[in-house]
Ligand binder design. Structure first.
Ligand code: UDP
Length: 244
């Protein structure tokens, strides 16, 4: 049995073994209090499969302070290894809890990514829902990634939490490349979360999430994305045939 806080390795990626509450209120809180910067990746099977294809991305994910198990596929893979993880931590849920935490502690947040319309709408909804948060700024995600003006904009407000919604691998690449320029901040890639906060995309109802069928719900709702689901099946096949 893997102990709490010990890592579980799946395809060379080390996942934290903790529940969402303790991870946030212990590890993340420690970084928040000490102003020590940190890089969190919420990795699902698609991200793990991308690390097999793209060696630079693999190094980036391996450089993160914490890789959180997002997606039922990761949980099943750990179970299959006989090193079961305590809990699946969905990126969106972790972001919501971080916002709640920031709301209670008056923390400073920056929101980077998505289209200008989505970003604006999402940040305005977040401000309404979490009035205790100090929003130091926001910026859409369709900028030239070599443009240092965006990095400067993020730095200016000295945020405690930086939510980067550029989709993978872009969001982790951006964090990795720019982290050295920061002296503090908890950085996390949040994929399409701002689209959900803006009300543009609906998350699966709880019923589907509880049954671990969120991925299936997404195929039904966004069938044009079915191709993006293929790596999930390939991941499971590799796990169960022990070909990783
Ligand atoms: N996006 C962005 N800049 C880019 C490419 C994507 O800001 O150059 C945004 C896009 O608008 C969307 C998010 O990144 O809001 C990616 O969402 P998706 O659902 O594709 O990401 P996933 O959750 O699958 O990583």
């Amino acid at each position: 049995m893997v102990k709490e806080n010990e890592k579980v390795e799946i395809m060379d990626i080390s996942f934290i073994n903790n529940n969402k509450y303790k991870f946030l209120h212990k590890q993340v809180n420690d970084h928040f209090i000490s102003n020590e910067k940190c890089f969190i990746v919420t990795a699902n099977p698609e991200i793990v499969m991308e690390t097999r294809r793209n060696k630079t991305y693999k190094k980036i994910v391996q450089s993160a302070d914490f890789v959180v198990p997002d997606g039922i596929g990761i949980i099943l893979a750990a179970k299959h290894k006989k090193e079961p993880l305590i809990e699946r931590i969905a990126g969106f849920d972790l972001m919501k809890d971080m916002l709640e935490f920031a709301n209670e502690s008056g923390a400073k947040c920056f929101f980077l990514g998505a289209s200008e319309e989505v970003n604006k709408e999402a940040v305005s909804n977040i401000k309404r829902q979490y009035p205790g948060i100090k929003v130091t700024g926001r910026h859409h995600g369709f900028f030239d990634k070599t443009d240092s003006a965006v990095v400067q904009l993020v730095k200016d407000g000295e945020p405690d939490f930086i939510f980067v919604a550029l989709g993978f691998p872009k969001q982790e690449e951006w964090i990795y490349e720019n982290l050295p320029a920061f002296s503090k901040g908890i950085f996390m890639g949040v994929g399409g979360s701002l689209d959900v906060f803006a009300g543009k995309v609906k998350r699966a109802p709880d019923f589907w999430i509880k049954l671990n069928l969120e991925w299936f719900y997404r195929i039904i709702k966004q069938p044009f994305r079915w191709k993006r689901m293929l790596p999930i099946f390939k991941f499971m096949w590799l796990i169960y045939t022990k070909r990783d």
